[in-house]
Design a protein. Structure first.
Lengths: 291, 253
């Protein structure tokens, strides 16, 4: 015998708490917006200065510096991580020392040290062949690049090492069993898989680097913050130009966040989608025909 | 029949643990040796020593007459470079319990990696061979799939294909079906049977007594790091000479 089905009405809890908090938050937001609107901000200076050549060149320098410093940081970071994981005691020690040294002091201090390197090494020479004065080489650009890139490498190496450690030991053994040396296995098998783990924190650090470049303003590298400073020293529109800089930082960070999504997707291949990218479809067809 | 692999009184210690005790074994061309025994008896370690994933602490192993891992010079053994050890490893295939396919590469790329990158053989030629091998293991339609989209049994067959593509002198199987769902064991064993019948030299660490009986030329029983008995598969079941082997077999069956 079948029991007659009762039609229940399902009632969800009414989230008064959520609704009240939302209303409060919106009110706070409106208040802040109003303050900005009514405050001593001449908004036309903001819009006027958004696209001036000085500001745009600052934006460009910031992007270039972010890109180059991260590139240097990733190269040094991967090298340091691989050295740390190798069987070579000397390489291990060098790597540990490098991370210890460059994580140990503030980035701002390191920038100043690089910029003033001439006080310690007045001349730089290449095996006595070429000799140059350090002050000529250590321009604000070079000092900023080294300062930001080298300290970034120390952080990145720990991220890369965590990525390598996350890969199952069987992968190394399988690679070795088909005749790869440990180093080859690292480059071809372990690192590409570790990328899946490494990319999200690296993306995070790239975004951090965008803002870290502003430190380079203290050594006269004319990135974004320095550029707007140069403008407000002249026209005294401090808050307006700082808002211009803020807007540009937000734009660049937003674009990078979107880019990060696509890079992550690429390095996750094999974990989600079950077939290869389109480029291999030719072979699939060949196989299908062969059957 | 020439000897492909020979272990001469090898010992292996993990710190204070003596895991292999004077293990000696000759494997001839085309032979299929099954190694059985309780877990912790040193079966896998023995296999891993042959492929130098572990280094023996004493005694020598030869593959095709050549001492693995060392160069002989009078009464001295000089440790070989990483590169030379890698070259020796590439001549003996290994199939792992957990498959260990490269998850970021497709099935075909997994198979091509060794022959193309390590052995530097012509890619087009190898690709043809690889597709042939895939057909043999029944996975032609999976060439462009990623390993994680395959079942365990399919993954293990790809792992066997990856090893075969290297054209090894012998293949070592380390509990190849232990990580599989029971219903998937058969398809892997079938591929291994076919391989055995084609004359491949194989050492198989396994708990599949049925497979031993059907395919093995010799069954090696290990316990506490020692080879306790070497039997023909018929004797192993009907008339084991060693009491402990009898006990083990009846427990497993």
């Amino acid at each position: 015998m079948i029991k007659p089905k009762i039609q229940y009405t399902r009632v969800e809890p009414s989230n008064y708490g959520q609704k009240i908090t939302a209303v409060l938050l919106i009110m706070v937001l409106i208040y802040i917006c109003m303050s900005f609107w009514k405050g001593q901000i001449e908004w036309q200076y903001v819009s006027e200065n958004l696209f001036t050549p000085t500001v745009l060149s600052g934006v460009w320098s910031m992007i270039i510096m972010t890109f180059l410093a991260m590139a240097l940081g990733i190269i040094l970071g991967v090298m340091a991580a691989v050295a740390r994981m190798s069987d070579n005691r000397v390489l291990q020690s060098v790597s540990i020392f490098y991370v210890w040294l460059f994580r140990g002091t503030p980035a701002l201090l390191q920038l100043l040290l690089w910029f003033n390197l001439a006080l310690i090494f007045p001349h730089l020479s290449l095996f006595g062949l070429v000799e140059v004065r350090t002050v000529d080489v250590m321009t604000p650009f070079v000092a900023a690049l080294l300062g930001l890139g080298v300290q970034q490498g120390a952080y990145t190496s720990e991220v890369v090492r965590a990525g390598i450690l996350s890969i199952d030991k069987g992968q190394l053994e399988a690679a070795q069993s088909i005749g790869m040396t440990k180093f080859e296995a690292m480059v071809r098998i372990i690192l590409p898989q570790a990328m899946r783990v490494i990319i999200p924190p690296i993306g995070n650090e790239t975004i951090g680097m965008v803002k870290l470049t502003s430190l380079a303003s203290v050594i006269q590298y004319s990135e974004l913050l320095r550029s707007v400073e140069d403008v407000y020293y002249v026209n005294s529109r401090v808050i307006e130009l700082l808002l211009v800089a803020a807007a540009w930082y937000m734009v660049v960070v937003t674009i990078l966040s979107i880019g990060q999504y696509y890079v992550e997707k690429y390095f996750s291949r094999g974990w989600g989608a079950d077939t290869a990218p389109q480029k291999q479809s030719k072979l699939t067809n060949a196989v299908a025909e062969g059957e | 029949m020439s000897v492909i692999i020979s272990a001469e009184q090898i010992n292996k210690h993990f710190d204070d643990l003596h895991v292999l005790k004077d293990v000696s074994l000759d494997v001839h061309e085309g032979e299929v040796i099954c190694i059985i025994g309780p877990s912790g008896s040193g079966k896998s370690t023995f296999l891993r020593c042959i492929n130098q994933l572990e280094v023996t602490t004493d005694g020598i192993i030869r593959v095709m007459g050549e001492i693995v891992g060392y160069r002989e010079d009078g009464d001295k053994l000089h440790r070989l470079s990483d590169r030379k050890i890698a070259a020796q490893r590439s001549r003996v295939g290994m199939v792992f319990q957990r498959f260990n396919l490269f998850p970021h590469k497709t099935v075909l790329e997994n198979i091509l990696e060794g022959p193309v990158f390590v052995q530097k053989r012509n890619k087009e030629q190898v690709k043809k061979e690889a597709l042939e091998i895939l057909k043999k293991v029944g996975l032609s339609n999976k060439a462009n799939s990623y390993p994680n989209s395959l079942s365990g049994g399919q993954q293990q067959r790809v792992a066997i294909a990856r090893t075969l593509a290297m054209k090894p002198d012998a293949i070592l199987f380390d509990e190849p079906t232990s990580a599989l769902d029971p219903e998937l064991v058969g398809e892997v064993l079938a591929v291994m049977k076919e391989l055995a019948n084609s004359g491949m030299t194989m050492i198989v660490v396994t708990h599949e007594i049925g497979f031993c009986r059907e395919v093995a030329d010799k069954v090696v029983f290990m316990e506490s790091g020692e080879i306790v008995a070497v039997e023909s598969p018929e004797n192993m079941l009907t008339n084991p000479t060693h009491a402990r082997l009898k006990e083990f077999v009846s427990a497993v069956l």
